[in-house]
Write a protein that binds this ligand. Sequence first.
Ligand code: BES
Ligand code: MN
Ligand code: ZN
Length: 486
Amino acid sequence: MDFRHQIVSAGALSGLAADALLVVIHGDAVDSSLDAPIAAAITDAVAHGDFQFKAGRTLYVHRPAGIKAARLVVAAAGGPTVRAFKTALAQGLGQLKGLGAKHVAVALGNAGPVTEQHGEALATAASDAVYVYRHTKPSAPADSALNKVTLVCAKADARAAQKGLARGQAVAAGVAAAREFANRPANHCTPTYLAEQAKKLAKEHGLKLEVLDRKEVEKLGMGSFLAVAQGSDEPLKFIVARYEGAAKTQPPVVLVGKGITFDTGGISIKPSAEMDEMKFDMGGAASVLGTLRAIAELKPKLNLVCIVPACENMPSGRAIKPGDVVTSLSGQTIEILNTDAEGRLILCDALTYAERFKPAVVVDVATLTGACVIALGHHHSGMFTADDALAEQLLAASRESLDPCWRMPLDEEYDDALKSNFADMGNVGPRAGGSITAAMFLRRFTGKYRWAHLDIAGTAWKSGANKGATGRPVPLLTHFVLSQAG
Ligand code: BES
Ligand code: MN
Ligand code: ZN
């Protein structure tokens, strides 16, 4: 899709050449700055009970009188925030995406500046609206005709609009990639597939790539990662991809993504209901690769390393058993009390491996705990760090990108839960505070650098009728990485 800004002077909106005009409006009346034919269409619809100035409401007018575009869609935002703008956009684009319009011009119906954030919101909302999963569903609806989206703005806002659109386009491509990886079923999206996708990405963007297989992982001594992988016939992959945008001496940002391509729970097997959703258990890996894609396109002056430990968690004659003790790459031993707490077992070795890059900061991303879904639901990702400044940077990135996260506690007191009589630690604590003890477990492997953990168990995908991956937290991560430049 092509995203551009379009400078339109006041009063010229109705003369705009586009297949459709999408006007996002907030407040409870038409603004005097809006062109008369558009204002008239809205006022008439309100009078006939066809439209209300209420968030979520949309109006569709075909061949609107006095307007050059063949279609007019009005979407009510309910408020002046960019978040409200984006939600209304999604509604309006939802109306348009199945129609014949190729070029839609989007305008803010209220006087007010168009900002970078509006541009980014438009690009990401449009890309999200037209995404269709079809890899294993040939009968999926045809691709939307929509291929060009312009953001109407005043001359003074053109630079900001363009900058936001460009960033949004890169973020959107990262989100779309992450959605596609995660949506593909586990018999398609295997560790090998993830490695191939990383290879493709590296080739297209000139990135450095290393893919370690079982033998190399054994030689390194990643006993914890190996323990999870050993139950599956599907070969493990340890993926390391590097973007170099600054001098080699500059410490990199490191992202680590959980790449469990299917989580059965192992011998501590999960109940059957909704187990299909455990194909999304590589959502962390997907978002890390998606972010790498966005960053490779935006080319900031920094170094980025993405690490993805990828394998399946399966029960079998070779699978780990509750009570098994393994030695992690760090040398610390782990009593595996529950084989379903596998994410932390693969992440801990990746976090130790990250030390070799002498990172400026490490953020790991994982669909780690059901407990995080209970705590935060599906709106905020859980964010854990003992570093207040880092927490603030992640929160700022989440606000800018409209991809919310919420800081969770990580006090020393929670560490007691991991005591074991047979190893340096157990891999689970009690049910209470399950997302925190999971983070505390990871913390034991992160002493050598600044570190934060994102639990995306509630935000990486949607269940129900619209089941599918969201591509989160690619927007948050991209903004965070960009914020680390310079
Ligand atoms: N991948 C799951 C976490 C998960 C569960 C994400 C449900 C989204 C929805 C993870 O590997 C897991 O199984 N965690 C266990 C940990 C427990 C055994 C301590 C959990 O949350 O139940
Ligand atoms: Mn599990
Ligand atoms: Zn899992």
